[in-house]
Structures are given as C-alpha cells and as structure tokens.
Design a protein around this ligand. Sequence first.
Ligand code: SAH
Ligand code: SF4
Ligand code: F3S
Length: 438
Amino acid sequence: MKNLYIKNYGCQMNVHDAARMQALLRDAMGYVSVEEPAEADLIILNTCHIREKAAEKIFSELGRLRKLVEGRAVIFAVGGCVGQAEGDNIFRRAPFVSLVFGPQNYHRLPDMLRKLEREGGRVGDQEESVDSKFDALPAITAPGSIASVVVQEGCNRFCAYCVVPFTRGREWSRPVEAILDETAGLIGAGAREIHLLGQNVNAYRAMDRHGVVHDLALLVRQVALLPGVERIRFVTSHPADMNDDLVEVFAQVESLCPYLHLPIQSGSDRILARMERGHTVAEYLGWIDQLRQVAPGIALASDFIVGFPGESEEDFQQTLDLVHRVGFDHAYSFVFSSRPGTVAADMGEHVPLEVGQSRLARLQEALQAIQLQKNLARVECVEEVLVEGQAKRGSGECTGRTLHGRTINFPGDPGLIGRVARVLVTEGLPNSLRGRLV
Ligand code: SAH
Ligand code: SF4
Ligand code: F3S
C-alpha cells in the first residue's frame, strides 16, 4: 500500500483537481490518501501562480516537507499552475522534485509515475491540450452534499494583471452531455448542490449532439431538469460576458441559488481600462440593477485589486464608493502583484507597496463592515440550510450553507448531514451566522 499526500493551494478549480487526482491515483495505482505528509510515499503540491507570494511559498514548503521525510524514499511532485508556468525551472530550484506537471496533464499522473519507477530521473509534462483530460478521469464516488462539475476551463480575456490564460490555457468548454452525465452521477452518489466551475464560466459555449448551441444560461436550465438537483451555483463570472438571458435564469430556475460572484476589481473606469477588463463601472452597475430586479435579495460577491499600476487616491476612492453603492455580501481583495509575462508587469506608474497595503486595509475595513451588516440583517430569518458536516468533531454542531451562500453553524445531530434543515438565525458574525433548528 502506498500513501499519497496532496497539499492544495488556490481556487475552487484546484480543490476540484486535487480530489480528481486522489480518485485517479487510488483507482489506477492503489494510493491511499493520508493527512500527514510524514506518512507519504508521494507528495504532490497542487499549486497556484496567481500572486507572487503564493507561488514563492511553494519552494519553502518543499524544503520543509523534505526535512520532514528525511531518510525515506518519497516522490516529490509539483502540479497545478506553478507547475505549468515554471516547468523545468522547478527542477533547478528544487532538485529533489522528480515530477512537474500542469493543470491540463494530471490525468496522465499514473503514466508519469510508472515512467519514473521504470527509468528514474525526472518527468515533466506541460502539454496544454485539455481535450482528453476528463475522459481519462474516474468519477468522484463520495462527493459530499456539495459537488463541483467543471464546465469550462482556461481563459481568453487576458486581463492585464492575470496569469490564468498562461497557466490554464485557452478557453475550452466541456460537451453538454458529459456535464449532464457527470452531474447525474454525483447526484446519484449523494450530492444535493452542484457548482458549475469555470475560470470564466460565462464564456461556456458548446453544441449538444443535436447541434443545439448551449451557452451557460441554457446549460443551467438543462442541469436544473436533472432529478435530484436541489441547488445550483456557477463560478466565476466575468461582467463583460454577462447577458440578459443569464439574468433571466435567476428568475426562472428555482434551483439556481440567489448568489452571484461577479468580480469587478476596481471602481474606477480609468483603472478598469488599464486592466483591460472590457467593461465600465456603469455597465457593471447595470447588471447589478437587472439582477436585483429579477432576484431581489440576491447575494453579490466580488474580487478587488488595489495598487494596480497608475491607481491614484482618487481611483481608489471610486472603488470605496462603488463598494458602498453596491453593498457586497462577500468579497476577496488583494494588493496588486506583478506577474511575469503579463501586460501589467511592464507598466510604469508603480504604486508603492505601503500605499497598496494601506488601501487594502481601508478597503477590507469597508467590505467587512458591510458584510457584518448583511449578516446581522439575517437575524430572526429562517434559512434553508444544506448541512455539509460537523462544525468541529465532537462539538455537537452542524455547519452548512444558506441559499445566499453564507456559512451557518447550529447545534444539531450529524444525522442531518446531506439534508436541508430549517434554521432560525440567532446571531450575525463577521464571517458566518449562528442559529438553531426550527
Ligand atoms: N477567473 C476569475 C479570477 C481568477 S483569479 C475571474 O476572472 O474572476 C482570482 C482573483 O485574484 C481575481 O479576481 C483578482 O482579483 C485576483 N488577482 C488575479 N491576478 C492578480 C494579481 N496579479 N495581483 C493581485 N491579485 C490578482
Ligand atoms: Fe484572469 Fe481576467 Fe481571465 Fe479572470 S477573466 S481568469 S481575471 S484573465
Ligand atoms: Fe491559482 Fe491557477 Fe486557480 S493560478 S487561482 S490555481 S487557476
């Protein structure tokens, strides 16, 4: 029996990929997943290249893990977006790593490992074609109450700051039938909520076997028709790829949760143009208005970057204004990180890190205050909660998600896991709710 330890970084797509790797290596090679790296025979870091800090952390983590397993024969592998972007460079910086692969190659892990066993040395695979990947992957058999289905990968938008088009490659949509089959299988295995994943999920476009072109709105309608699909969400959406029909599905498809992650990044048109986002603040606000008309109370989430090259105090003020105007239920925010190969890496008007950090602190203060207000506004409401698990082992508490995507903890029996419970909200906290069963 061989043990596998995977450490995961980055976005929801990476979380999904790591689960796929575990299933693949279990089915094809008998690897058992362990939680302690010290017990592993194979260590995979499934990495993220989005910001410099995250990418650089990989090398110190490799050093740390290597010490931990000293004296034992352990295979070290680097997968994910750093694996794609850095390629053979990783062998130079960490010579004890023997396997490097990207997000479009992990279905060949068994082949790569067998080659290593046979020949020793090093194996690298950064082939970019995504076409055969999903056919080669075994199904996830124990998905939990929430399951992710990849519908689209890669990105053609090339926002000026972003490495994703380089690490995940060009946009590619999975065939409609493959998505519906996989979803039906996950529901059969116990999932109740389906997350349709894509780097730019709104760009989904594929023909079914009858020649009907499906965009994301039509795909959502089809997924909703599958028996047993109780909740649907899709992530992540790009404002420039919104359309009226995609707004309408929020009104028409009952199982589509009232939640949308629609990153705007900045509240300044000047900065949005420099970021090459392809939309203005007014256009963004137009979508928000439309969404709120068809789905009053819809929860809205965004991402923000502060300190983008050329961002003035006035630009930043416009971001703060936008935040107050929209009132986001949830948001992620970051200081700009210059990434190799992107357009922004060569831009002048660099914003000093201290300025970026102080803007981030001010932005996060505003975002958190609004999020707390929104959470407090749920007190005394009864939420439909999909119970995901125990809050902490042995705590007697369950944790789950409301329709709007908020985490809620409440005293309850583990027998509720996988069911939808009605929970009265008793407390609104900065990042979650508390409640009790009704
Ligand atoms: N596909 C998603 C975003 C993926 S990256 C989308 O288009 O919305 C997640 C977030 O990381 C981005 O929304 C952005 O806010 C942030 N990000 C991306 N590149 C960055 C960089 N170079 N520096 C700082 N933050 C960055
Ligand atoms: Fe990156 Fe922009 Fe593509 Fe999102 S839309 S993955 S931010 S290039
Ligand atoms: Fe990171 Fe790659 Fe996701 S760079 S955010 S893991 S697509």
